[in-house]
Design a protein around this ligand. Sequence first.
Ligand code: NAP
Ligand code: FE
Length: 370
Amino acid sequence: MEFLFDMPVRLFAQQNAVEKHQEEFGKYGKRCLIVTGHNSAKACGALDNVTKALDNQGIAWKVFDQVGQNPLVSVCYQGGREAIAFGADFIVGIGGGSPLDAAKAVAAFGADPELTPEGLYQPHRLSALPLLLVGTTAGTGSEVTRFSVLTDDKGHKRSWGNASSYARASFGDPRYTLSLNRKFTLSTGLDAVAHALESYFSVEGDQVSQSFAMMALKLLLPALKEVWLAEGEPTLECRERLYLGSLYGGMAINRTGTAFCHTMGYWLSEEREIPHGFACAVFLPDFIQYTVPLAPEKAMKLFSALGMYAQELCDTIIMLTDAEYEPATDEELEGLLDRWENSPNMKRTPGSFDRQQQRRIAEKVLQKKG
Ligand code: NAP
Ligand code: FE
């Protein structure tokens, strides 16, 4: 036995989680900045539930709804300034991974007027305002991770996170995901599949992270197939399995981080506007083909638990993925290979996943060669 499990977030995962645990919103002070995206928090009812909970606890609140997809560090910095100007004692993030990741940064900027956008990425503990998160997608697992992925001023997506970027409490209510359309349901679900697979085969994994990854895949794959086949809207019960799978995937990557699919996929979101989950998923068949021969026993354990072998898993992922994009030019590819030089994600990938291996897969997927 040898494992490390460290996930210091109080997690309320159930229907009506916000309404049932309103007292959590009264624990961290009297003034709150709500960080969210443009529309969906209102449309799915989460914003209304949160503001009612804050009102019931006698908390003054203000909404910062400027967070877009692939959130910019500069917008988070602006959110931090708003938090300071409003005198916020704590932050509530509501949304998919984009607003939740942005809220982690706003909590840091809001606690330290001296913190610069680049300072966020320095590997030391930052001070941060207390943070509560309310998820509205079943994908990133940001509710339970320390990670936050933000786009810097060069247009590059970069992940940061440390002991101070965890939420104090997170609320996972699958009802909020009912309004998510088919495209984002599949893309966010595939993000969670990518987390589970990348974590399962990670060199940093242990028996607990692998168990979470396996539980995630057992929930996610059949539920995503159901979404794919359904004529109408997926049921709440199906949404619940997707949400739970995404939380398990988050707990797995919180231990291991992600691997090459995430790092390579960032470029497809930055330059080709492919949603994050699809952008990672296009690499998964190659990830499976690359890793399975390096860890055959581990792979066999997973496939027997899932009741499917490598080819069927690859075929299922390809069926669920919807990503059309212009291939990368040779110049773009060379730039990416340089950028990936010191990427920790490449090091976490099993085997010696060197520049030559990276080139082979990037040419195949990003340049559609062969
Ligand atoms: P997202 O970017 O937060 O949202 C995608 C779209 O879905 C937005 O248009 C959003 O609208 C809409 N939406 C969200 N919830 C909805 C709902 N309940 N009903 C209807 N529409 C809804 O998507 P995401 O996939 O959850 O997050 C992706 C981001 O998370 C990426 O930047 C990725 O790099 C990052 N990520 C973070 C982690 C981590 O550990 N922290 C892990 C993986 C990925 P609005 O704009 O109106 O909100
Ligand atoms: Fe992801």
